[in-house]
Design a protein around this ligand. Structure first.
Ligand code: UD1
Ligand code: UDP
Length: 379
């Protein structure tokens, strides 16, 4: 039996980890023993606990309860806690997901203890080091032993950074193995798509009409922390929704919710609160989110995961950033990068409202990325 530790912390990592836990439960339970460690980076019920019971993820074996803090404090506290657990559990591998501070902390703690780091969602790059996530991804990739890239672009980025194709075992941080394997988020979206239909009650509850509302999310640090950008985003949401008489539903990340009073122009904030079209709601569960994604007209987001899910459910997406790691979405024409530019956002909305013939090719694998990862780990 091979013991692996799965490290999670932020909402999208908990969701991604569901795919691997499911693959282990269904196909590898006699060969892989998974120990789940939660850093506690996200801790609100609707940012963490809800996903465990909804997506049938086993309860964490450890929760470090680190919570929120500055980058340095948060990452350092995580490293200390993870190191102690690695010392005690002595796993064969530490699995980390994505690009958060939990990812960085896990990879540093494990690599220094010679525990091989498995990075799921390796190779993605925004080429913008002002993003904390870009720093986390690059550092994690370069101390990982096995790097699973969900996309061709991610795999090619690794080659450009000097990783070699088809290294021979034994693998190590100095002799890493890279893979292009599909996306565990796609595994999840396929798996939960049908059951999410039972959650479409949320559409009625919010008084939305299928196909006639915009689903928006905003949480990227530059969008929330820069008052000008945050105000531009809300100004254009307000304008578009009232001009077009279309509802916008915005499940608001706690980071953004906490900064509205401080960073949104006071007048605008009042207008947004009064608008009959803008529905600001607390974060929703994953199945509710899928239901909202499947039934919307269009997605507007600065989230990495939500951009992709828009694509999985064949919806156009306006990306509220200046660049994306998921370059294929833009190349296909189903997503447009607008940054926080009001004119570009309006233009992109009208472009998609004219119903261009959008293509959604199979870019993210076959829905079995997690099975592939498990079988490779056993080789
Ligand atoms: C983090 C990740 C980001 C990821 C996002 C997913 C880093 C550097 N950033 O950003 O890459 O896209 O998670 O959602 O790791 N808060 C709460 N309750 C919670 C969690 C957070 O109120 O359960 C609030 C706190 O005020 C906190 C703020 O949100 O200070 C930011 O949380 P943090 O985890 O530091 O970063 P995110 O913006 O969530
Ligand atoms: N998500 C969710 N509820 C919400 C908003 C998002 O379940 O209210 C899910 C979404 O479906 C996707 C993931 O959270 O699977 C994306 O996480 P997030 O946007 O927080 O982070 P990112 O992907 O940008 O790192």
């Amino acid at each position: 039996m091979l013991k692996i530790i799965t490290l999670i912390g932020a909402r999208p990592q908990i969701i991604k980890a569901a795919a691997l836990s499911r693959a282990i439960r269904n196909n590898f339970s006699d060969k892989l023993k998974e120990v789940i460690v939660h850093t506690g980076q996200h801790y609100d019920e609707n940012m963490s606990q809800v996903f465990f019971y909804e997506l049938q993820i086993p309860a964490p074996d450890y929760n470090l309860n680190i919570g929120s803090a500055s980058h340095g404090k948060q990452t350092a506290a995580m490293i200390v806690g993870i190191e102690e657990i690695l010392e005690k559990e002595k796993p064969a591998y530490l699995i980390v997901y994505g690009d958060t501070n939990s990812t960085l902390a896990g990879s540093i703690a494990a690599a220094k203890m010679q525990v091989p780091v498995i990075h799921i969602e390796a190779g993605l790059r925004s080429f913008n080091k002002a993003m904390p996530e870009e720093i986390n991804r690059i550092l994690c990739d370069h101390i990982s032993t096995r790097l699973f890239s969900p996309t061709k672009a991610g795999y090619l980025n690794l080659l450009k950074e000097g990783f070699k194709e088809n290294n021979s075992p034994p693998y190590s941080a100095d002799n890493p193995r890279i893979y292009h394997c599909g996306d565990v988020m796609y595994d999840n979206s396929l798996y939960f798509s049908t059951v999410a239909e039972q959650k479409t009650g949320i559409i009625g509850r919010l008084d939305l009409q299928k196909g006639q509302y915009i689903l928006a999310t905003i949480h990227r640090n530059n969008n929330t922390d820069e008052p000008k950008r945050l105000s531009s985003l809300f100004r254009v949401l307000l304008k578009l929704s009232s001009d077009e008489r279309i509802s916008i539903v915005l499940p608001l990340h706690p980071r953004t919710a906490k900064l509205l009073d401080k960073n949104l122009e006071a007048n605008l904030h009042q207008q947004v609160k009064k608008s009959p079209f803008i529905k600001i709601i607390p974060p929703v569960s994953f199945l509710e989110m899928i239901a909202l994604e499947k039934n919307c007209q269009l997605v507007m987001t600065d989230s990495g995961g939500v951009q992709k899910e828009a694509f999985f459910f064949k919806k156009p997406c306006i990306i509220l950033r200046s660049e994306t790691e998921w370059v294929e979405l833009v190349e296909c024409g189903s997503a447009i990068l607008t940054d926080a530019d009001e004119k570009k956002i309006e233009d992109a909305y009208h472009h998609f409202a004219d119903k261009p013939n959008l293509q959604f090719p199979e870019l993210f694998g076959d829905g079995k990325a997690a099975e592939f990862i498990c079988s490779e780990l056993l080789k």
